[in-house]
Design a protein around this ligand. Sequence first.
Ligand code: SF4
Ligand code: SF4
Length: 415
Amino acid sequence: MQTNLADFIRDTEQGQEAEAILRSCVHCGFCNATCPTYQLLGDELDGPRGRIYLMKQMLEGQPVTAVTREHLDRCLTCRNCETTCPSGVQYGRLIDIGRELVERLSPRPTAERLLRAGLRKGLQSPALFGSLLKLGQSVRGLLPSALREHVPTSNVAGGRAVQSDIQDSPDAREATATLTRHMLVLEGCVQPAMAPETNAAARRVLARLGIDLVAAPTAGCCGAIDQHLAAPDAANTAMRRNIDAWWPHIEAGCEAIVMTASGCGSTVKEYGYHLRHDPAYAEKAARVSTLTRDLAEVLRDEDLSVLPAAPPRRIAFHPPCSLQHGQKLRGVIENILTRAGHELLPVDEAHLCCGSAGTYALLQPELSGQLRARKLSNLQARGPELIASANIGCQSHLAAASAVPVVHWISLLDC
Ligand code: SF4
Ligand code: SF4
C-alpha cells in the first residue's frame, strides 16, 4: 500500500516501521473473513483492512477523531488477521503504533483516561488486585450486573486445591531436593489471586518430570496490560523489572522461563523486540525471549508416560488467541491432552476470540459478551464435561457464563 508519511512521523523509527508494514499490505481483504469484530458488525472500518486504512490516514496527517479511536478500540488485538494474511502483514505491531498515536492526536475524555489508568494500576499489582477481588466477592450481590460478572464467587476452577501444593508436604520437599533441572515461572498479576492452583499444578507436574519450577519474587506483570492500553514506556519498565528479577537465575543456568498464561508468554517472547534500542537491556531482553516457553512447549518434549494416569475426561479446548495467533502454537496442548488419555471434542470456529482479550471485556462489554456467547455455544455444542484453556483471562471470562467448569489444561495432568 503506497504511503506518504506526514512530517511529524516521517523521520522517526516508529514511522519507518509503520510504513514498512503498510507497504506489505496489498489490500486484498482476506483478513476480514476471520476478524471477530468484522463478523459481528459487518463494517469495513471494524475489520483489519479498514483499521489499517485508518492508521495509514493518521500517519499521513489526516484528521484523527473520536471515530478513528473507536474503531481502533474495538479491535481485540487477537491477531487472527495475522494468521490469515497471505502477505505477512504484522498487524499487531501496527496497531500498537496506531494506538499510541491516536492517544496523542485525539486525547480521550477525562473519564475514559481515569478508567484506563485505574485498570492499569488495579490489575497489575497482585496485592492490590487480590484485595480488590476479595472486597468485590464480599459485596458481589450488591454490584451492578455488568461489574458482578467479572467477580467470580471463588477462585476460577482448576483441579486440586492449592493447599496440596507439592512444595508444602514433607514428601514433596524431599522430592524437590532431588530435582536436577531448574526453570523459572512467572506468577503474573491477576492469576495468583484468581487461579493460584494453576502454577501449583504446573509445579507438581513438572516435579514429576524432574524439573524444579521456581518464581522470582520481584517479577510481576509481564507488561501486556500497559502495552495494550497504549502505555509503552510503562510496559518497558515492567519488562526491565522482570529481566532484573530473572537475570541471576539465568546466569545460574536456569533452563527456561515458563509461562502458564499464554497472554504473558506472547508478550515475554517479544521483550527482545520491545527493548531492542535499550543499550543496557537489549541483549538481556533477547536472551529472556529466547528462553521463554509456554508450559505446553515444555511438556511437548517430555516423556509424559511417567505421570500418573489421569481419569479420562471429555474436553472442549479453547486455544487462546495469544497461543494460536500470538505464539503460533496450534494443536500442541490438544496433542498433550490426547496423549494423557483425554477425549478432545471438535470445536467449531476454534480460531475465533472468546472476547476476553485483556481489558477488552471491561472496556467493550457488549461486543465481548456477544463473542463469549458465540464461543460458549461452540465449545458446549458436543456436550463436554469440561472446557479447558491456557490463559487466565479466557478462563475467567468463559467461566462466568459457562454451564460446565472451565479449567486450566495443566490441571488435567495433575492427579
Ligand atoms: S492485512 Fe493482509 S489479508 Fe488483510 S488486506 Fe492487507 S494483505 Fe490482505
Ligand atoms: S486483531 Fe483481531 S479484532 Fe483486531 S483487526 Fe485483527 S482479527 Fe480483527
